[in-house]
Design a protein around this ligand. Structure first.
Ligand code: COA
Length: 332
């Protein structure tokens, strides 16, 4: 666990974008053997947004970025760094961040991607806040963006019901008069479980061949039940310890932003930590699991509807392929 020291860092603005096309559970039940009832009961998901043909991760990232820059009142030329959290880059290289930097005309900014499963959002926010706190950067655009739909096997009911496309973004900068600040972050990984969520094909370990395509190695593969057990075992004690090390008890946190992977996981974790359900942000019903974008979308929606009160504490937490997990606390 580490406290942010140095220059206090605040949230200057946020934005989001999700594709227009919606895929309902009933739509899915016409593709694979499943039902609206099964998906709702087991995951809480009702709909997910799916990118249109030609809509890439860089496309959704740019739209969310423009909304966040607008909200923050920051011109692209004022950015020092652009970080994109994604597991579905348009191409292995270049990354999405340099493409977005070019699309925005952010001529003074560096750009790089963070790819660490669904925890990428927490990792990238922590890196951005740490970079500003140290004085290395002043204004950083952090985007979580995913177009996972081309990476999903739409005949595999174990995975295709879970994921959705979309993007969210935040602009971070040094705290100004009366603004909040990031308090602490804890970034973890258990790489012994790296086989639980994978997309193995088409890169170094399994270069693309007719065989890898036949065996569908170019799609997301997941041991859903193992992930479910790992998360239920790991996340509640992790969050209790992380809050404690940051000087808080779980009740001190005003708003809990869990990675929107499965409503049952979120509710079970909240229950074990004694968190009141009205402090838990839930939007999985509408978007499904948007991986690295999920926390940014949840935050952007939240801030569109609510004004943070001075001193309120927000905790963001996620887990995902790696298996990575982590948390970051912000005080308004
Ligand atoms: N519709 C209907 N039945 C389905 C189904 C679907 N979409 N997907 C799986 N099933 C079936 C399975 O085939 C299995 O049938 P069987 O008993 O005949 O073999 C049965 O439902 C139970 O499968 P199981 O995997 O044990 O279900 P579960 O309660 O664990 O729920 C998940 C499955 C995927 C919803 C759940 O494991 C989960 O959410 N895991 C975490 C995944 C996650 O969060 N991943 C992202 C991490 S960032």
């Amino acid at each position: 666990m580490a406290f942010f020291r140095g220059i206090p860092v605040s949230l200057w603005g946020s934005g989001m974008y999700v594709p227009e096309k919606v895929l309902t559970n009933d739509d899915l039940s016409r593709l694979v053997e499943t039902s609206d009832e099964w998906i709702r009961d087991r995951t809480g998901i009702q709909r997910r947004h799916i990118a249109a043909e030609g809509e890439l991760t860089s496309t959704v990232a740019e739209k969310a970025a423009r909304a966040a820059l607008d909200d923050a009142g920051v011109d692209p030329s004022e950015l020092d760094m652009i970080i994109v959290a994604t597991n579905s880059p348009d191409t292995l290289f270049p990354g999405v961040a340099p493409k977005v930097q070019g699309l925005l005309g952010a001529l003074n900014a560096g750009a790089f991607d963070v790819q660490s499963g669904c925890t990428s959002g927490v990792y990238s926010m922590a890196v951005a806040a740490g970079g500003i706190a140290s004085g290395m950067w002043k204004r950083v655009l952090v985007i979580g963006a995913e177009v996972l739909s081309p990476l999903i096997d739409w005949t595999d009911r174990n995975t295709c019901v879970l994921f959705g496309d979309g993007a969210g973004a935040v602009v971070l900068g040094p705290s100004r008069e009366g603004e909040g600040k990031f308090i602490s972050a804890e970034l973890r990984s258990d790489g012994t479980k790296h086989e639980q969520i994978t997309l193995p094909g088409g890169v170094v370990q399994y270069p693309a061949t007719a065989e890898t395509v036949k065996n569908k190695l170019h799609y997301v593969a997941m041991k859903g039940n193992d992930v479910f057990k790992f998360v239920n075992r790991t996340i509640p004690p992790f969050l209790r310890d992380y809050c404690g090390a940051s000087g808080f008890s779980p009740e001190d946190i005003d708003w809990w932003f869990f990675h929107q992977a499965n409503q049952r996981i979120i509710e079970r974790s909240a229950e074990r930590l004694g968190i009141s359900p009205d402090k838990v942000i839930l939007n999985i019903a509408e978007y499904g699991n948007t991986s690295a974008a999920s926390l940014f979308i949840a935050l952007s929606e939240f801030l569109r509807e609510k004004r943070l009160r001075k001193g309120e504490k927000l905790l963001f937490t996620a887990f995902g392929a790696g298996m990575t997990y982590g948390g970051i606390i912000y005080e308004a």
